[in-house]
Design a protein around this ligand. Structure first.
Ligand SMILES: [Zn+2]
Length: 90
């Protein structure tokens, strides 16, 4: 099991650049409106990245999700993918 949430996540566009490039190739629908690496969105929603470990503590996990305010104080979040963070480091 993997837990993730907004409070231990960061702006995807501030996440490790090398990993962002790898993820951009493997996530269908990930779009960059700018210079190719610093302006990623998904369905026009901002992206967040959350590093954690699985509940057994054995695996390093990266969760990518969208987080968008759709009305004041109402948010929409969409899970994009759960990745093996160890393999992204190689
Ligand atoms: Zn595990």
């Amino acid at each position: 099991m993997v837990y993730f949430g907004l409070y231990n996540s960061i702006d995807f566009n501030e996440y490790d650049e090398k990993k962002r490039k790898i993820l951009a190739c493997s996530i269908k629908g990930l779009r960059s409106g700018g210079d190719g690496v610093n302006d990623f969105t998904f369905n026009k929603s901002p992206l967040r990245a959350s590093e954690s470990k699985c509940s057994s503590g054995l695996h390093k996990i990266l969760v990518v999700f969208t987080y968008k305010e759709i009305q004041p104080a109402r948010y929409e979040s969409y899970l994009i993918g759960v990745f093996d963070n160890e393999s992204l480091n190689q």
